[in-house]
Design a protein around this ligand. Structure first.
Ligand SMILES: Nc1nc2c(ncn2[C@@H]2O[C@H](COP(=O)(O)OP(=O)(O)OP(=O)(O)O)[C@@H](O)[C@H]2O)c(=O)[nH]1
Ligand SMILES: [Mg+2]
Length: 215
């Protein structure tokens, strides 16, 4: 099966300059594929929504709830049967979208996993939850989903950086696939916080996701 139409969903929190580069880059890769680009902005203060309204097909603004809820919100708006989710901060190169789409023909969820995981918490997540769900990068939200799975993705864990989506997918018996890519260097000042804060948030998300897996 060849996938010839796709909805691309990204969430934003103060990503005005990045979104201006990301959206044309996505359109460039998808020249031969019917597509829509959906931006879910959580009331950024830097004018992201104005840029998104100009460039995207759908741009919505809402109160801040985090990336995980934003992704689900955007996926529910999607009109095509396959959805790509992608970070807006240029850490997920749209060049990998065609391979994700190829795999989405045979899997319900496909994760684009980074070949190098920079944080200790991400490595632990990979060796625990990752082993259970069968992907090396459980926190990558660069993924393809089949739209029909979205109704099954009922979130209970709050912000889990995408890990809960995989827990649900595994528990519902969905087919989970994976591609890998070499990530670019991280932005200098990580938005998620410094080393201790970021690792703590990810460890907490991991604990919640493991609990949801075993409950
Ligand atoms: N809608 C929405 N999007 C968010 C929120 N927090 C982060 N994002 C977006 O989610 C994507 C990933 O967030 P990042 O802050 O880059 O998280 P990360 O990649 O784990 O951390 P970094 O190392 O800082 O890049 C980006 O597109 C952000 O703009 C939020 O509260 N709401
Ligand atoms: Mg990032």
């Amino acid at each position: 099966m060849i996938i010839d139409c796709v909805s691309v969903v990204t969430t934003t929190w103060n990503e005005r300059e990045n979104i201006k580069k990301l959206i044309p880059a996505i359109r460039n890769v998808l020249q031969q594929v019917a597509h829509e680009i959906i931006v879910v902005d959580d009331s950024s203060q830097d004018g992201t929504i104005q840029a998104a309204k100009r460039l995207a097909d759908v741009a919505v603004t809402k109160t801040r709830e985090g990336q995980t809820k934003g992704l689900l919100y955007g996926m529910r708006l999607a009109k095509f049967p396959v959805i790509i989710t992608i970070d807006a901060d240029l850490e997920n190169d749209p060049q990998h979208i065609p391979l994700l789409l190829q795999q989405a023909a045979v899997f319900d969820v496909v994760v684009a996993s980074r070949t190098a995981l920079p944080r200790i918490s991400e490595i632990v997540a990979s060796k625990t939850l990752g082993k259970l769900v069968g992907v090396t990068d459980t926190l990558s939200n660069f993924r393809a989903y089949r739209k029909e799975t979205v109704s099954k993705l009922d979130l209970r864990g709050g912000e889990t950086f995408g890990a809960e989506f995989l827990v649900i997918a595994k528990k519902k018996g969905l087919r989970i696939g994976e591609i890998t890519y070499d990530p670019p260097p991280r932005r200098k000042r990580p938005r998620i916080g410094g080393t201790i804060k970021a690792n703590s948030r990810i460890f907490w998300a991991l604990i919640k996701s493991l609990m949801l897996y075993f409950l």
